[in-house]
Design a binder for this molecule. Structure first.
Ligand SMILES: CC(C)(COP(=O)(O)OP(=O)(O)OC[C@H]1O[C@@H](n2cnc3c(N)ncnc32)[C@H](O)[C@@H]1OP(=O)(O)O)[C@@H](O)C(=O)NCCC(=O)NCCS
Length: 251
């Protein structure tokens, strides 16, 4: 596949300080490369819980298993750094629709993760609900058909007006914005995807434009566009208005 030119400038993902401080009005975004060296993967495997090891063992393909180990291990290391505990002491619990969270005594932090191909992005905040989604831009057999099925009528119409050379990228832009919103809500795909609109046109700022039956929602949630790497798009949704973002590269 030819490289797609991504509109937004690719964010600079910086080397983090030894102990990154997270203020209440900030969201820290961490990028993790999931294809790590064997030595790094071995080290990260040590911090997993027994149920995570069981989950890793259930992956059919070695590459998926290895990516899961690196992603989950790195997430534990990142969260433990803020909580001043050891990575294997991080404890997760799950919402009604399986959104992972920290158990109540570690609940000073909110987080959400998304992975696609070789990239995982974790969003971490203090007391602000977050949802994140990333996708590698890749050829799809019938993205117009998927847009018709999953997007709202306004989004489908907006996509149809995008020049063909940018339509696949706009499709993934819309997809990640919608997923980031339903992940912030914690509902995943239990939330009807056609009942809210997001922006998608090239160059248009990321925005939640309308939520059916909830006129307050657009004021409550803010949306940011992320560019995790060349040929990837992503979005972050945060509650209670805009905030400062910091971008950290894991290792
Ligand atoms: C969770 C979900 C919303 C997104 O999954 P996804 O885009 O395939 O995968 P992502 O990598 O972005 O996210 C997966 C992570 O989200 C988190 N997650 C799981 N359920 C979640 C929920 N209800 N809310 C928020 N986050 C959730 C988990 O951490 C999970 O990773 P893990 O299992 O390794 O811990 C899921 O409901 C899903 O199946 N989506 C299918 C995609 C689709 O059809 N989209 C149409 C878009 S228009």
């Amino acid at each position: 596949m030819n490289d797609h030119v991504v509109d937004d400038q690719i964010h600079q993902w910086h080397t983090p300080p030894a102990k990154p401080a997270l203020a209440r009005d900030q969201v820290h975004l961490w990028r993790v490369w999931l294809e790590a060296s064997e030595a790094d993967r071995h080290e990260l495997a040590q911090v997993l819980s027994s149920s995570e090891r069981e989950r890793a063992a259930r992956f059919h393909f070695a590459r998926d298993r290895e990516r899961f180990i690196v992603g989950r291990g790195a997430l534990r290391v990142i969260l433990a750094g803020y909580l001043h505990i050891r990575p294997n002491q991080v404890e997760f619990c799950y919402g009604a629709y399986k959104k992972p969270a920290l158990v109540s005594r570690q609940r000073s932090l909110e987080f959400n993760i998304s992975h696609s191909h070789n990239v995982l992005v974790a969003a971490v905040s203090v007391g602000r609900v977050v949802g994140v989604d990333v996708e590698r831009i890749r050829p799809l057999d019938d993205f117009e058909g998927m847009a018709k099925r999953f997007f709202s009528p306004a989004e489908y119409e907006a996509l149809a007006a995008v020049p063909p050379s940018l339509s696949l990228q706009s499709f993934f832009t819309c997809w990640t914005r919608k997923e980031a919103f339903v992940k912030a809500l914690g509902q995943g795909l239990y939330c009807p995807l056609d009942q809210f609109d997001v922006s998608l046109k090239p160059g248009e700022p990321a925005a939640l434009l309308r939520v059916q039956d909830d006129p307050q929602a657009t004021a409550r949630w803010s949306m940011e566009s992320l560019t995790p790497a060349l040929n990837y798009v992503g979005a972050l949704v945060v509650d209670h208005g805009p905030c400062e973002l910091e971008f950290w590269q894991y290792k």
